[in-house]
Design a binder for this molecule. Structure first.
Ligand code: AQP
Length: 339
């Protein structure tokens, strides 16, 4: 082992490290916020938090030149407005820290073809048609690298990421047993409510940036639009307010949103309502109470504010990631470049 700190020494000296990322693949929506970003903001208080705009992941689906850099600035602006504080977390862009792509290659060598073939995100996205790149198949290995580079203890994510975090754990464990203790094996942290917000017009489909559906609530949607989208949310004909995602996906999605936004348990919340109208009105109010202040802060931020924050973050991220990459190269036994 070289002079870089071992995973055990970091874990014993610091607060728990959290790492998570978001693709600049469209506007942040309600699912991203309740499933991930809201928790990221809270975790800054008592964790050593590292958050990343995973721009290399966004390239797994075809993009026009310039689309990803515009998306990165925009998503950075929304995340700062939502409460990420560059003084209290490391906030950066994945491609600004080359160690991600480098460790990503090592992780590809550790993930089996069979494991990657079982990833449901690949099946879902490759079924949408169009050009299917090999990166869409292998990016969970890059995601493992993203996480492992920071000696991450906890990965706060939505439920759709459960399988990818499991893969990160498997490749870390495999690497450690083949080459010696090198990586911290991370745990996922998935919220009890809001972990999988469904599309309001298709409640059997996850709300997703890249789908651009009318059933997606964008964090920057005007209040009237949000109200209208929630009013028009697909429910069912039996008129009973009950939390039962299998038989009542639309109503259950609304109850889950309400529980995630205002606290409480969706089954208990259901008992307060006898009609869909008042439930929808309360969901719209709860969502707006979070989104309005974020929208105001967003309007006050400039592109330069984002660029400055991300520049600072890249230096801080590289200072953590580079020694971990060196540790991994050393463990594998690559010939060091002579000095
Ligand atoms: N619907 C959701 N409900 C709860 N959490 C969600 N997340 C995503 N969708 C939901 C969580 O948000 C974080 C960022 O994930 P992402 O960048 O992959 O977001 P996305 O909306 O899923 O974006 P894409 O481009 O459309 O990707 P796909 O199609 O792969 O989902 C993660 O923590 C995620 O769990």
């Amino acid at each position: 082992m070289n002079s870089s700190a071992s995973p055990a020494s970091r874990a014993s000296s610091d607060r728990p490290r959290v790492f998570s990322g978001i693709q600049p693949s469209g506007a942040i929506h309600l699912g991203n916020y309740l499933g991930a970003v809201k928790n990221w903001v809270e975790l800054q208080d008592d964790h050593d938090a590292v958050y990343c705009v995973v721009d290399l992941h966004a390239l797994t689906l075809p993009k026009e030149a310039g689309e990803v850099s515009r998306g990165t600035i925009e998503i950075g602006r929304i995340l700062l407005a939502a409460g990420l504080d560059p003084e209290r977390c490391v906030f950066f862009v994945q491609s600004h820290v080359p160690a991600h792509a480098e460790l990503g290659w090592l992780m590809q060598t550790m993930a089996s073809f069979g494991e990657l073939s079982r990833m449901t995100a690949f099946k879902d996205k490759s079924d949408r048609g169009g050009f299917v790149s090999s990166s869409l198949f292998s990016y969970p290995a890059l995601q493992a690298a993203d996480i492992l580079l920071y000696d991450t203890d906890i990965v706060p994510v939505g439920d759709d990421q459960r399988q990818h975090i499991e893969l990160s754990r498997d490749v870390a464990t495999r690497f450690n047993s083949r080459y010696g203790e090198t990586f911290v094996v991370p745990e996922h942290q998935i919220p009890s409510a809001g972990a999988r917000i469904m599309d309001l017009q298709a409640p059997d489909t996850k709300m997703s940036k890249s789908l651009e559906s009318p059933g997606t609530i964008g964090l920057l949607d005007p209040p009237k639009t949000i109200e209208k989208k929630i009013k028009r949310a697909v429910t069912d004909n039996d008129g009973e307010v009950r939390f039962d995602p299998d038989t009542k996906p639309g109503v259950s999605n609304l109850l889950d949103i309400l529980a995630a936004a205002s606290g409480g348990d969706p089954t208990d919340l259901a008992e307060k309502y006898t009609q869909y109208g008042p439930l929808k009105a309360d969901v719209a109010d709860a969502v707006m109470s979070f989104f309005e202040p974020i929208q105001q802060r967003h309007a006050a931020l400039s592109d330069d504010d984002v660029i400055d924050a991300l520049r600072l973050g890249a230096d801080k991220a590289a200072a953590i990631a580079d020694p971990v990459l060196a540790r991994a190269y050393d463990a594998v036994g690559l010939l060091p470049r002579s000095r």
